[in-house]
Design a protein around this ligand. Structure first.
Ligand SMILES: C[S@@+](CC[C@H](N)C(=O)[O-])C[C@H]1O[C@@H](n2cnc3c(N)ncnc32)[C@H](O)[C@@H]1O
Length: 240
């Protein structure tokens, strides 16, 4: 049996509760891209997992945040975290968001989940259906140029960490063989062009992008990500 997100939900929650450098960097990046108008708005957090980004959007002042995940196990764990009454969770598929009303959200977030969802066009289409015209969408993904299935960490001649990347154009579903790795649940490698063209097709215009350099816990534990970015992130706006 292949590992699913539901299988590793408890492990993933423990990882974040213990303090995870990648997640701290990702959520800091997401926070930095939220638009000022988020305070008082209604937001959907897609692929919410145990609710790390959902709670962050609530802390930014959103009036209501709905976390959506297809894994009932993840949603149960998310509900176990302390959160204000503005936070709620539903089990639903990001590719359809069938339980959400059209045009009912001012904004949307998706942290570290677009790579895990098979149909990118369907997901962005569903998001745009539930966003009001002019609504915003902030996402963070594993950097498509560096978190490539065949990328191998190396040491450069000067001793600094480096990365050899090949197979960038080979878009495919893959699983990490690391038994303690997040990506053992599998994810879809896509080129940066594929992500950007899918945003264009959905009518999402890019407003700001970020490629955070690792600092803090991530920088100390994974110095490679002080040399190349682990994440790519953007704030986009729905312009139908
Ligand atoms: C790497 S986790 C990220 C969770 C959270 N956003 C975070 O930053 O910690 C990816 C999440 O995407 C969810 N997911 C995968 N496919 C999905 C789908 N089709 N619809 C909704 N959620 C999905 C998984 O269940 C998992 O919780």
């Amino acid at each position: 049996m292949e590992t699913t997100w539901s299988d590793i939900a408890g492990w993933y929650d423990d990882l974040i509760r213990a303090g995870s450098g990648p997640h701290e960097t990702a959520v800091g990046c997401l926070q930095g891209l939220l638009p000022p108008e988020v305070a008082g708005q209604v937001v959907v957090d897609v692929g919410c997992g145990q609710g790390l980004a959902t709670r962050t959007v609530a802390a930014a002042g959103a009036a209501r945040v709905v976390g959506v995940d297809s894994s009932a196990e993840m949603v149960a764990l998310a509900r176990g975290h302390a959160a204000p009454p503005s936070v709620e969770y539903v089990v639903d598929d990001a590719q359809t968001l069938a339980s959400l009303e059209p045009g009912s959200f001012d904004g949307a977030t998706c942290q570290l989940a677009l790579m895990d969802i098979p149909d990118l066009d369907a997901t962005l289409g569903a998001l745009c259906r539930v966003l009001r015209p002019g609504g915003w969408f902030v996402f963070v993904i594993g950097h498509p140029c560096f978190l490539v299935p065949d990328a191998r960490p190396t040491n450069d001649r000067d001793g600094l960490p480096a990365l050899t990347v090949r197979g960038y154009f080979d878009e495919r579903f893959w699983r990490s063989s690391n038994p303690q790795g997040v990506r053992r649940a599998g994810n879809h490698h896509r080129t940066l062009a594929t992500y950007l063209n899918s945003l264009v097709r959905a009518g999402l215009a890019v407003e700001e992008v970020a490629e955070p350099m690792a600092t803090g816990r991530l920088g100390a534990e994974r110095p490679l990500y002080r040399e190349v970015p682990m994440f790519f992130a953007a704030r986009t706006r729905h312009k139908p």
